[in-house]
Design a binder for this molecule. Structure first.
Ligand code: SF4
Ligand code: MG
Length: 324
């Protein structure tokens, strides 16, 4: 396993109490594999990724337990200096909002080149040539000229390609993309996602794709981990999930994807809101919103039951759910 997160707990201390953002998450990704992490906002999917990257800082987050093994080392035991070396060179992150992640007063060529100057000790001239090469790789037309332009001179989709280029620059073993296409319109979304998938295969990287949209991951992910209230509620190969979900929450997410063959029909929406992380419901955290909830759901936390060899569901009634 390239990356293995084991029983991770993360909490945030706020004036109003302790928010339990991640409550015992375990997942892994291999080289050349794509894991999609799916959930609503506040499900802990981004916080888990930030813990992996070592950028858990605003507001002060605390890792309350667990291990993060990357290429065999426990990242939580590294000093900040060693951690910084891993970040960027061995694992990189792509965010939703390229405009706020890029420096507005530097040309994209300087920003891309900076990676090679700082991490590889290249001359400015060589770094510039590398920047052009990378822009070509992510298919930005006229890279030789555009390398001198500033971020605001690019469209949203092109800026996201620049973010991908920055993440790829040092050929990391792992990329984490947090809602990389959410800010883009649908056609551009598909193009950027295809590019990411293609580069991931070519470089044989591990890719963690964080999204709230089950619709965008069908073609690119190998596995899906569905998160709710800081826990993984279902984990399975992508095709199994689309064929038959083994958790009512996953079913709700699937039913809320617009489908071409059901044009005009009203979309299903999961009723209610995600829980307050300072006051997570007893038993199954999903019970207040679950159409299948029974008494036991209000008292007993469902463990991640083995549904198959490589599949798990944290629902007491996963069999029923699976059989529709
Ligand atoms: Fe619904 Fe109960 Fe399953 Fe939770 S354990 S998802 S409340 S049926
Ligand atoms: Mg997020």
């Amino acid at each position: 396993m390239l990356l293995e997160v084991r029983d991770l707990y993360v909490e945030f201390r706020t004036r109003d109490g302790v928010a339990k953002a991640v409550n015992g998450v375990s997942y892994g990704v291999d080289a050349g594999e794509t894991l999609a992490v799916l959930g609503e906002s506040g499900s802990g999917k981004s916080v888990t990724a930030q813990a992996v990257m070592g950028i858990l800082d605003v507001p002060p987050g605390r890792i309350a337990g667990g291990e993060i093994l990357f290429q065999g080392r426990d990242l939580l035991k590294l000093r900040e200096e060693e951690r910084r070396k891993v970040r960027g060179a061995e694992m990189a992150m792509i965010f939703q909002d390229a405009l706020s992640s890029l420096n507005p007063v530097l040309t994209v060529g300087d920003q891309l080149g900076e990676m090679f100057v700082v991490h590889r000790g290249m001359s400015r001239k060589d770094a510039r040539a590398k920047a052009v090469e990378l822009m070509d790789r992510v298919r930005i037309p006229a890279a030789k000229e555009r390398v001198r332009q500033y971020p605001h001179q690019f469209s949203g989709g092109m800026r996201q390609r620049i973010m991908i280029a920055m993440a790829l620059a040092l050929e990391p073993a792992l990329i984490i993309a947090d809602e990389p296409t959410t800010a883009l319109d649908v056609t551009v979304q598909a193009q950027v996602m295809d590019l990411l998938a293609e580069l991931q295969r070519e470089y044989a990287m591990g890719l963690i794709l964080i999204t709230h949209d089950l619709g965008v991951v069908a073609d690119v992910a190998d596995r899906i981990a569905v998160m709710y209230a800081g826990r993984i509620v279902e984990s399975a190969p992508v095709h199994d999930i689309y064929k038959a979900p083994a958790h009512p929450y996953t079913r709700g997410l699937l039913d809320s994807i617009p489908r071409l063959d059901q044009k005009g029909q009203e979309l299903y929406a999961i009723k209610g809101l995600p829980p307050n992380l300072m006051d997570i419901p007893q038993g199954c955290a999903f019970h207040p919103r679950c159409p299948m909830a029974r008494d036991v759901c209000r008292t007993d936390v469902p463990p991640l039951n083995e549904v198959g060899e490589v599949r798990g569901s944290a629902c007491h009634f996963w069999r029923e759910c699976l059989n529709g």
